[in-house]
Design a protein. Structure first.
Length: 561
């Protein structure tokens, strides 16, 4: 018998219509999938253009993955790194890692060797899983060989022993390629036969709702990405809240073009798990293929999030006002004029937005489809059920009245458990559980939340957080650079891009092209400055460089608002 029949046969099968989202108890992600298999096992859960999986198939694959991981020595709460493009295997790995009682560390597929080295060491990954699926675009094994000293010459027949990465014991390579340091896909699958299914049941039973589920890395104000620890409860409560707010139904089909290492993927995937809908994605976003997938699958809700993606589909020659007739809701974050434009071009859908971040498992506020167009265009909805939001004075922490700008702080069941900083113990949460987002916002008298910019020194490039200090830190390693300062400037495609202002060392010389070339292949492409300007004097306050003046100067030069 399978895992469900062996260990969960006594569970009552309940249809979604009989469940109240607000009253049912929180379960782990694994238990929630098992409930869904009992209820709608043969329904499609994951769909890509070239392949799809039912709930039962995802469960069966998760059991097999968990058994293979246990055979490799993965223990409860161990970290398993996943460096993959969007694919069905990625979704199966999420659940397989949870079934093993472990924590998944999804790694940004745009990272270069320097970032991969840091993340794999800092996260204390025990098993790294990657793929050859997009070798023609990005060769992950080459990147990892460069990032992890000694890996290229290792032998997969025995556990790794790498001085710079002592926690890393095994690497697994999905696909058809072979690499001497990696366990290949067929060998990984064969390992499952060496572990009894009851071991997976034990791991599931030993996983609590507050067990760490995902270790997301996000750029902060430090020089390298920060690790956010998020529990099963955080994702499940957030999934329930999103389903309620957006009025998702059992026939929901959610399409996501964004990367699966991002919290937008977990938010949408687990909200579909909660309502037992279908989650759709694609490996490479291409507007024509995306449009055809959405039309063919009769998608009911889209989560493109950024106008650059949505507008490419709306401007495609195949698009007509009838193309999105099946869509009930579309999630985008943009300025009011752009939101109105997109709404006008999608007459059958309701344009909604929200506000959130990695540290909160995704959205903490979202519009309701019942709100008016003006409400949906002027604020990002009210806080989701269970979430507390305050607008405070950044200096004093005092609460600020309605409609006045201040820092957004948040607490609640789907706020993260803190940053993984074993060296300092600083979690990023205060003694009362409040998280200071570093974002500026305001709330209306009715509780509508608006995002008004960033308080901390951060950029948002195509939806990716970029810490100015991280780019500055890297630029300072150039032998000609004395001081580097990075600001964000507006961009039509990516909303914001990086620009660097550089003071050269005495007697040194460099050009804009040389500085940009220095960054290529060393830091993720979206972090590379689009513009470089050289200065000999800095605009100063009494103690600090006034970055806003640098930004204003460049915007004036480029004719940007």
């Amino acid at each position: 018998m399978g895992l469900i029949g062996t260990c969960f046969g006594s569970f009552c099968t309940v249809t979604m219509a009989a469940i109240s989202f607000t009253t049912r108890s929180t379960k782990t992600i694994g238990d929630t999938l098992i409930d869904a298999v009992n209820a709608v096992g043969d329904k499609d859960f994951i769909a890509f253009p070239e392949d799809r999986r039912t709930y039962r198939q995802v469960h069966e694959r998760a059991v097999a993955i968990a058994k293979s991981l246990i055979a490799l020595g993965v223990e409860p709460r161990d970290r398993v790194g996943v460096l993959l493009p969007n694919c069905i295997e990625y979704a199966e790995l999420y659940f397989g890692i949870f079934y093993a009682g472990a924590t998944i560390a999804p790694i940004n597929a745009r990272f270069k060797a320097r970032e991969l080295d840091y993340v794999s060491r800092h996260s204390r990954i025990k098993v790294m899983i990657t793929s050859d699926l997009i070798d023609e675009h990005t060769n992950f094994t080459d990147l990892l060989d460069e990032a992890i000293p000694g890996l290229a010459g290792a032998n997969a027949a025995r556990p790794l022993q790498l001085a710079a990465h002592p926690q890393l014991q095994r690497c697994v390579l999905f696909g058809t390629k072979h690499h001497p340091a990696y366990i290949d896909c067929a060998s990984f699958d064969r390992l499952a036969a060496t572990v009894d299914t009851a071991a997976v049941a034990d791991r599931l039973a030993g996983t609590a709702v507050r067990t760490p589920a995902v270790l997301f890395y996000t750029s902060g104000t430090t020089a390298m990405p920060k690790a956010c620890v998020l529990s099963h409860e955080a994702f499940m409560r957030q999934g329930v809240a999103v389903v309620e707010r957006l009025k998702f139904r059992g026939d929901e089909k959610m399409w996501l073009p964004l990367p699966m290492f991002h919290s937008s993927a977990t938010q949408t995937l687990f909200s579909m798990l909660t309502c037992r809908g279908t989650w759709l994605s694609m490996t490479h976003f291409e507007p024509g293929a995306a449009l055809r997938q959405v039309v063919k699958e009769q998608v009911t809700t889209m989560f493109p999030a950024f106008p650059t993606i949505t507008m490419q589909m709306l401007n495609h020659p195949e698009y007509t006002s009838e193309s999105f007739r099946s869509l009930r809701t579309v999630f985008n974050v943009a300025n009011p004029d752009m939101l109105r434009l997109m709404q006008e071009r999608m007459p059958h859908s309701v344009q909604i937005g929200g506000f959130g971040m990695t540290e909160t498992a995704g959205s903490i506020s979202a519009n309701s489809p019942d709100e008016s167009l003006d409400e949906r265009c002027t604020h990002t909805g009210t806080p989701l059920p269970g979430i507390e939001v305050r607008i405070v004075d950044p200096e004093t922490g005092a609460t600020i009245p309605a409609n006045q700008r201040g820092e957004i702080i948040v607490r609640g069941p789907f706020v993260f458990d803190g940053y993984d900083r074993p060296e300092s113990g600083d979690t990023g949460l205060d003694d009362n559980g409040w998280f200071r987002t570093g974002d500026l916002g305001a709330m209306t008298e009715k509780g509508g939340l608006s995002f008004l910019g960033r308080l901390k020194d951060m950029l948002k490039v195509g939806g990716e957080n970029v810490a100015a200090i991280e780019v500055e830190s890297f630029l300072s390693t150039h032998p000609a650079v004395n001081i580097a300062q990075v600001v964000g400037v507006p961009d039509e495609k990516y909303v914001e891009v990086a620009a660097a202002f550089i003071e050269l060392r005495p007697g040194a010389s460099a050009t804009e092209a040389e500085i940009i070339a220095f960054c290529q292949g060393q830091i993720a492409r979206y972090k590379i400055p689009r513009y470089v300007r050289f200065v000999t004097e800095w605009p100063m306050s009494s103690t600090k460089i006034q970055k806003f003046k640098l930004r204003d100067t460049l915007c004036a030069e480029l004719g940007l608002r």
